[in-house]
Design a protein around this ligand. Sequence first.
Ligand SMILES: Nc1ncnc2c1ncn2[C@@H]1O[C@H](COP(=O)(O)OS(=O)(=O)O)[C@@H](OP(=O)(O)O)[C@H]1O
Length: 455
Amino acid sequence: MAPWPAPPPPPPPPPPLAAPPPPGALAKGPPARKLLFMCTLSLSVTYLCYSLLGGSGSLQFPLALQEPPGAAAEPPPSLPPPSLPPPPVRLGAPSQPPAPRPDNASRVEPPEPPEQPAAPGADGWGLASGGGGAGGAWLRTPPAPSEMGTAQSALLERDAQESSTTDEELSGRRAANGSSERGGAASTPDYGEKKLPQALIIGVKKGGTRALLEAIRVHPDVRAVGVEPHFFDRNYEKGLEWYRNVMPKTVDGQITMEKTPSYFVTNEAPKRIHSMAKDIKLIVVVRNPVTRAISDYTQTLSKKPEIPTFEVLAFKNRTLGLIDASWSAIRIGIYALHLESWLQYFPLSQILFVSGERLIVDPAGEMAKVQDFLGLTRVVTEKHFYFNKTKGFPCLKKPEDSSAPRCLGKSKGRTHPRIDPDVIHRLRKFYKPFNMMFYQMTGQDFQWEQEEGDK
Ligand SMILES: Nc1ncnc2c1ncn2[C@@H]1O[C@H](COP(=O)(O)OS(=O)(=O)O)[C@@H](OP(=O)(O)O)[C@H]1O
């Protein structure tokens, strides 16, 4: 294993509010941080402006964003006049500057066993089976308005608690795979030490996080917990000792990892993670937000077939073209806004953005970047993957203790319902300025605007 790189210096405090740059100033190339700050500030203000246009809504995303039918995609409006009050809730912005490392011992509860035994391969790579998706095109009748209100609130309620990989999926996979699958905590030898993670896959839900985790677990210098601990969102009160106890044992030179995709959109997560380990490495698998939203919806639909159609849920008012950004399936994909809160605590150099699309077409290429980022030697390479035609995805050729090839389970790579192309078009236009901002913030062009289809 390559030596763990020295932790980068702590991020500078968020820059003070500044006056908007004169027109064209950005094009003249101001310092990168200033540019980034101006961009993100502009985004937040954009969001506020959209919000003021839209009406009522949830706390985090108060309002729907309006996109009149046929309107040309436009970049976010420029900064507001100085008299405009600041956004009451700035998405993801921490309420305080980074806190000093807490005294863990002072708030630790007696450790208890993990809720889920950190089952290796839980929902991970199983033997390739036929299909890989549930059903074909899903044509559904929109519900009556009264029905819809109830269905939508039930959905939103569920959204708040839903795991990206659900417990049913996990237990299903465990049953299907048996309990002796490779990798992870359960197959970790009974020596070594449980450590807090040094790297996290923090998102995004439906981005390809499971595929990434399972691939990196092939590396002998990585140990990862199979289930999603949800420590920094749902289980934080249980304390760091609980969290440590969830982790697999590691020996010197091994990295401890976990993935919980909801961290990326949890307001408190950046601060909490920073207070645990400011030099932690963060990985975000991102995917075209339109496809991601459909994938998210598809997952919910598979559990709750009675929910309204995607087309119904995507709009606050379809005639007016009001996109419902309070719906989590849509909100999660506004990556630039979520990233802004992470950048308050972590430098960009500590965050790796993996393309969910490339993870499918070139898994080895993306894994090379991941291993470099983690300071690992490139052990996981082309020779570990093959494309499984039945599954329609790359699968692992040969996990470390088995000669059988493995694909991810049926909950990964579901067949998406057919979505009205006009709705997809409108969503693309909705996301475009946020995507542009995200490319600027990360310095990477994920080329989502060039994709034609949904998948
Ligand atoms: N190798 C491989 N096999 C199967 N699926 C793959 C793979 N690589 C990426 N993907 C894509 O991963 C999507 C699921 O993302 P996540 O694992 O992040 O989902 S979750 O948030 O943990 O539920 C899943 O989304 P859907 O296709 O919408 O089901 C896949 O497109």
